[in-house]
Design a protein around this ligand. Structure first.
Ligand SMILES: NC(=O)c1ccc[n+]([C@@H]2O[C@H](COP(=O)([O-])OP(=O)(O)OC[C@H]3O[C@@H](n4cnc5c(N)ncnc54)[C@H](OP(=O)(O)O)[C@@H]3O)[C@@H](O)[C@H]2O)c1
Length: 306
C-alpha cells in the first residue's frame, strides 16, 4: 500500500539509499560541525574520498583530535577554523578567513545544529536554535556566495531535517518571546526557515553553476539534544536510542550529495538522505520564503548588500 505523499518520508527512510564510488581528490570541502555525529561521519567519508577538508568547529580540542585521527597514516589535508556559530561575529570571521585563504571552493556543507528543550538567547538576543541552525548557515553561505560563483561548479548542502514537518515558524515571534517555548517546534521553525531560503538561494543562483540542496541525514545516533537536562538525555539514550540508526548512513548520504556525478546540476531540492522528497507544504510557501529571506538579511546585518 502506497502512503499519501505527505507520509512518504516514512517509506523513503526504509528504502535502499544511493551511493557513489566517485572520488573527491583535492576538492575543497568546507563543513561546519564536524566534531560529532553526522558531521563527523561526513568528514570521515570525505577524507576517505580524498577531499581537502576545511572544518569549521567551535571546540578547538575536539577539532585538533579529529584532525589527528583523520590524517593519521594518509595524506588527507585538513584545515581548522574555530567558530561558535551562535555568534554571528564568529561566522563573519570564519567567512573572512575562508575568503582570504581559499581562492577556490568545491563544496560547502552547513551541518552544525542543535536542539534545545528550553529557550536560550545568544549574546545577540537571538533564540539559539534559530541562530545556529538557520541564521549562521544563511550568513555563511551569503558571505561566501561570490567565491562560490567564481568557483563553479559548486555544491552547497544544507543539512536540514524531517523536523521541519513540526512547523513552528512564526515571523512575529522568531525568538519565542511571546509563546511558551517548545523545543520541537523551535527546532522545526529553524529548519523551515532554512528550507525556505534554499528555494530562494537556488532561484537566485540560477544558471551560474552553484547548486544548493537540503537533506535530512536520517534518524541517527548522535549527540544532538545531549546538551539538555537529565530527563531529555535519559529519554534520548534509553528510549530513542533503540530506534535510531548508525550515523555512518548520514556520512554516506552527504558524501553522495557532494560527490555523485548524477547530482551535478541538481538544485533547489529536499532529499531524504539521497532520495528526492517533497517537503511539508508550509516549507514550500514561496511568499513566506521571501519574507524569511529579507528578515534573515536584516538579522544578519546583510540588508542593502547584493
Ligand atoms: N541526529 C539526527 O537524527 C538528525 C536528524 C535530522 C537532522 N539532523 C541534523 O544533523 C546536523 C548535525 O547534528 P547531529 O545529529 O550530528 O548532532 P551532534 O552530534 O550534536 O553534532 C552537532 C555538531 O554541531 C556543532 N555545533 C553545535 N552548536 C554549535 C555552535 N554554536 N557553533 C559551532 N558548532 C556547533 C557541534 O559541535 P560540538 O562537537 O562542539 O558540540 C557538533 O559538531 C544538525 O543540523 C541536525 O539538525 C540530525
Amino acid at each position: 500500500m502506497e502512503l499519501p505523499e505527505e507520509l512518504q518520508f516514512i517509506t523513503h527512510a526504509r528504502m535502499p539509499q544511493k551511493t557513489t564510488k566517485a572520488r573527491m581528490d583535492g576538492r575543497v570541502c568546507i563543513i561546519t560541525g564536524a566534531t560529532s555525529g553526522v558531521g563527523y561521519q561526513a568528514t570521515k567519508r570525505l577524507a576517505q574520498g580524498g577531499a581537502h577538508l576545511v572544518l569549521v568547529c567551535r571546540n578547538r580540542e575536539k577539532s585538533i583530535k579529529l584532525k589527528l585521527e583523520l590524517t593519521n597514516g594518509n595524506g588527507t589535508q585538513i584545515d581548522l577554523i574555530q567558530a561558535d556559530l551562535s555568534k554571528l561575529s564568529d561566522v563573519r570571521q570564519a567567512a573572512g578567513y575562508i575568503l582570504e585563504h581559499y581562492p577556490h571552493i568545491d563544496v560547502l556543507i552547513n551541518n552544525a545544529g542543535l536542539h534545545n528543550t528550553r529557550r536560550i538567547l545568544t549574546n545577540d538576543g537571538f533564540e539559539t536554535v534559530f541562530c545556529v541552525n538557520h541564521l549562521a548557515s544563511y550568513l555563511l553561505t551569503r558571505l561566501l556566495l561570490e567565491r562560490l560563483i567564481e568557483s563553479a561548479p559548486v555544491r552547497v548542502i544544507q543539512v536540514n531535517s524531517q523536523g521541519h514537518r513540526f512547523g513552528g515558524l512564526d515571523l512575529d515571534d522568531l525568538h519565542w518571546a511571546k509563546r511558551h517555548y517548545n523545543g520541537y517546534k523551535a527546532y522545526g521553525a529553524s529548519k523551515v526557515a532554512q528550507l525556505l531560503t534554499v528555494w530562494e538561494f537556488s532561484e537566485k543562483l540560477g544558471e551560474n553553476g552553484v547548486t544548493i540542496n537540503a537533506m535530512h541525514p536520517g534518524e541517527v545516533r548522535t549527540n544532538i539534544g545531549m546538551n539538555n537536562g537529565i530527563l531529555y538525555r535519559t529519554y534520548q539514550r534509553y528510549l530513542l536510542w533503540w530506534i535510531l540508526k548508525q550515523p555512518v548512513i548520514s556520512g554516506n548520504a552527504i558524501y553522495y550529495q557532494a560527490a555523485a556525478p548524477e547530482m551535478a546540476g541538481i538544485s533547489g531540492r529536499f532529499f531524504n538522505q539521497t532520495i528526492d522528497e517533497k517537503p511539508a507544504p508550509h516549507a514550500l510557501d514561496r511568499n513566506l520564503g521571501k519574507r524569511v529571506w529579507s528578515i534573515s538579511e536584516e538579522l544578519t546585518g546583510l540588508s542593502g548588500h547584493a
